[in-house]
Write a protein of this length. Structure first.
Length: 270
């Protein structure tokens, strides 16, 4: 955990393609006042989507726009709705302000859990600016190109019993059951992985897309949103210190390029 007072809420890296890659769970910063209320385990930010900026550098070099937050999901989860509604009814999830880790270890000292007023404050301070930037950049890209691809970049440990049984497939594509993007996009991307070989892939299974995919994806209006939940075992060490594995990542990067090409190729032409 990088405890700090007030870094920028997010950074934007402009590009040239009609492609915005959002990485809502890569932040590691926790403000000092919040960190003081949290347990020792919180400082490890174990549930971070580690190293995605590095993994997607190939896409940035090609002209993708990148939207990257500074703050950890333990501060506020940018991929949850502001009313904290459960996006997967009947299934266990973490909330807008998580109070425990994926392994159900408490994040706050007893009595230190966020109050309703603190939830509201963090939404205004950390959640809303990211979403304002997301909406603003999508609108700009749509105006430039006629249509835009929103690529929601996520990763997670390959085994998290709280959320799914056994080992997660390597590539998990979600388009809210087809509602957030061009028809058949998630299935086409999964098939692209299978053709490539060496990895497993599924479409619209356990991870169908979170709040960002569902809220901003509007294919009839020219915004096509897809979430990729990538199993971390494909590119990094899944236990502390969560080291990046250059050899593994070098195998994944060309496939990410091919997947982005496949998705961009399905955008309607202006």
């Amino acid at each position: 955990m990088n405890a700090t007072l007030d870094p920028a809420v997010f950074s934007v890296r402009p590009g040239t393609l009609p492609l915005l890659i959002s990485m809502p769970h890569v932040g590691t910063c926790v403000p000092g006042d919040i960190a003081a209320t949290m347990t020792e385990v919180a400082r490890h930010v174990d549930d971070c989507d580690w190293h995605l900026e590095r993994l997607y550098e190939c896409a940035a070099r090609r002209g993708a726009w990148l939207l990257v937050p500074s703050y950890a999901r333990y501060v506020v989860d940018l991929n949850r709705p502001p009313d904290n509604a459960n996006l997967y009814p009947g299934q266990d999830t973490t909330g807008l302000l998580p109070i425990d880790t994926f392994d159900k270890t408490p994040l706050y000292h007893p009595g230190g859990e966020p109050t309703a007023a603190e939830v509201a404050r963090r939404v205004v301070r950390y959640w809303q600016p990211y979403h304002d930037a997301l909406a603003r950049n999508l609108a700009e890209l749509k105006a430039r190109h006629g249509a835009v691809l929103l690529w929601e970049a996520h990763s997670i440990r390959s085994q998290v019993p709280r959320f799914f049984e056994g080992r997660l497939p390597d590539f998990n594509f979600g388009t809210a059951n087809g509602a957030s993007a061009a028809s058949g996009l998630a299935e086409a991307l999964a098939e692209c992985v299978r053709r490539h070989g060496g990895y497993t892939a599924v479409a619209n299974r356990r991870f169908k897309g979170g709040y960002i995919t569902r809220h901003y994806g509007a294919p009839r209006d020219g915004v096509h949103a897809v979430q990729l939940e990538l199993s971390q075992v494909t590119y990094m060490q899944e236990t502390r210190p969560y080291a990046y594995d250059e050899a593994l990542a070098a195998r994944v990067e060309p496939l990410l390029d091919a997947l982005i090409d496949e998705a961009l190729g399905r955008l309607p032409r202006g």
